[in-house]
Every structure is written in structure tokens, then in C-alpha cells.
Design a protein around this ligand. Structure first.
Ligand code: FES
Length: 86
């Protein structure tokens, strides 16, 4: 549960610090930081990022702390998370 008085923290995205408001998903933190796309399609190399925002489209996949790709729109950011994109 998120307390309104929790202190913001940072995650890193491809080595770059990104601020996070407690309770934000990784996808929301990226969007708030102005990062709108972070991967490309296999065919055509078209940019992808948040699209549905509710876990349906899989356009927002990211790797966090070396785990298999996860949907950024569903994954709550945690202090120190290391996000890598493709
Ligand atoms: S934006 Fe569609 S699954 Fe995350």
C-alpha cells in the first residue's frame, strides 16, 4: 500500500536515472520522464512503448533486474530497479 507521504526514489533505465513517485508502475515513470518509446517491433523497427496501459497489448515490455521481459504498465517500480530496454 502506498502512503501519500512516501519519498520519491529513482530507478535506472539503460543506466539513466529516472524519478519515481511511490506507487507508479515502471511504464508510468517512463512516461512521466518523457520517455515515450523504448523498444521496436521485429518487423519494420517501429517504436513501441505504452499503448493500452492495462496489460493487454504487450507493447511495453522491459527487462527489470535481469528477469525475463515484463509489461512495464503492470509492474510497480521499486527503489533501485535497473530497467533495460531493447
Ligand atoms: S501498454 Fe499494453 S501491455 Fe503494457
Amino acid at each position: 500500500m502506498t502512503d501519500a507521504f512516501e519519498i520519491a526514489f529513482e530507478i535506472t533505465v539503460d543506466g539513466r536515472p529516472v524519478p519515481v513517485t511511490p506507487g507508479q508502475t515502471v511504464g508510468a515513470a517512463l512516461h512521466a520522464a518523457g520517455i515515450r518509446s523504448w523498444r521496436t517491433t521485429r518487423l519494420g523497427g517501429r517504436p513501441r512503448g505504452l499503448f493500452c496501459g492495462i496489460g493487454v497489448c504487450f507493447d511495453c515490455l522491459v527487462t527489470v533486474n535481469g528477469r525475463p521481459p515484463e509489461r512495464a504498465c503492470l509492474l510497480q517500480a521499486r527503489p533501485g530497479d535497473e530497467v533495460t530496454t531493447s
